[in-house]
Design a protein around this ligand. Sequence first.
Ligand code: NOJ
Length: 502
Amino acid sequence: MQWWREAVVYRVYVRSFTDSDGDGIGDLEGIRARLGYLELLGVDALSLAPFYPSPMADHGYDVADPRDVDPVYGDLAVFDALVTDAHEHGLKIIVDLVPNHTSVEHEWFRAARTSKPGSPERERFHFRPGRGPGGQEPPNDWQSVFGGPAWTRLPDDPEWYLHLFSPAQPDLDWTNPEVWADLDKTVRFWLDRGVDGFRVDVAHGMSKPEGLPDAGGCRDDPRFDHEGVHDVHRMVRAVVDHFPGTVLVGQVDVRDDDAFARYVRPDELHVGLTYRLLECPFAADAVRDAIEDSFEAVAPTRSRPSWALADHDTVRPVTRWGGEARARAMALVTLALPGTVFLYNGEELGLPDVELPDEALQDPRWTQSGGTDRGRDGCRVPIPWEGTAPGFGFTSGEPWLPIPAQWADRLVADQLEDTASTLSVYRRALELRRCHPGFTGTDVEWFGAPQDCLAFRRSGSTLVCALNTGTVAVPLPPGDVLLSSGPLRGGLLPPDTAVWLA
Ligand code: NOJ
């Protein structure tokens, strides 16, 4: 079986994981130092957020050079050492590809900025003259995902350039063969260094409709999910296929099942990241629907669903669902399911989102929305490992985002010792998922369950998972309890709790 089909992949937001040199920003050497922890946790792979040279307008998703390491994170030698060490710990390494856009500091964009309209330098991006008198209006009505128009005009220049995200992230023009050749080079560069796969950022982006029509006149969102994008995935997949055992994961943010299924055809992505559980309320019916939808989306393909409760873009589960008990319960549901599971660093500690003061906020969403959207920094606060504030073992300096003093009760060091901690529940769940014979079958079968509860088993297996999202305790389904997300009493499954039975 391909290793990722049942794997648990741990997403590392490099900036927030561990800082080895005291500058307050996590780095690759810091990850190396924590490989023992990740092995103990029991994950199969790490997925590293971008660590490439970047002015960090979007914390590395604005890539100035996709084939190097930003000095703040280390260098290529440290990266190579990390790959070697991770493999020695039995951990695979997945890195990000960011093919939809570059940074304004990428050499291509620097050249485009100083070149004339119509020059080959500009044809790697989407430069267009403005509309209206003096070209004062953007070329079309598209909005940036981060707020405001998706176009910025260069000073003293007749042209505007397209950026679906921040103005510091100009979109590449995927009708230009040079853009294809460069991605091919990047993919080979990291594969040659021994990575085990890629997470493709904005995998539904890249291709744009001819003529860049106004969104106002289109039935669907013209910015994303264009037929041409599938050729990009086929190109990358063809390269990846030369490196057996490597996986292509994509962030496929499309809601339509048929559209989603096209991304995981046999010659495209192996795994599509889905958002159904991430966006689901804590309610048994909704959770069941989200799980069923995820299976349906991949049903016409050979791919399996993937599952995630958290990522570096979304309010953490503890805050979203109103409490650690609920987040833990959902973790047991997720980890019982067949398919690839993606964890996000800190999820295993039950970390909540942090309400940061205005002056600490760094996400471009905050400034681009004119201060109406506080952005994603709240879920990116560094990991509290041990010791005391302000660094909590994350850094010997000042963390790039302040770690709340109350996180003294969330420390990795303490949770490792406490058998009732969230970390201990995750460790035990991962161990069972790895070793217990009940984790077979590629589908789930649902049982009847009391109101506000759900129960399923993996097809052909005796492993049963039950969840109670209601307000009253219900009788446990039959079977021996393997693990519960919280205390059980008197043969009952309490509210906000999930259980595994065999
Ligand atoms: C999706 C990434 O997850 C997010 O963090 C980033 O801001 C955008 N893509 C733009 O690259």
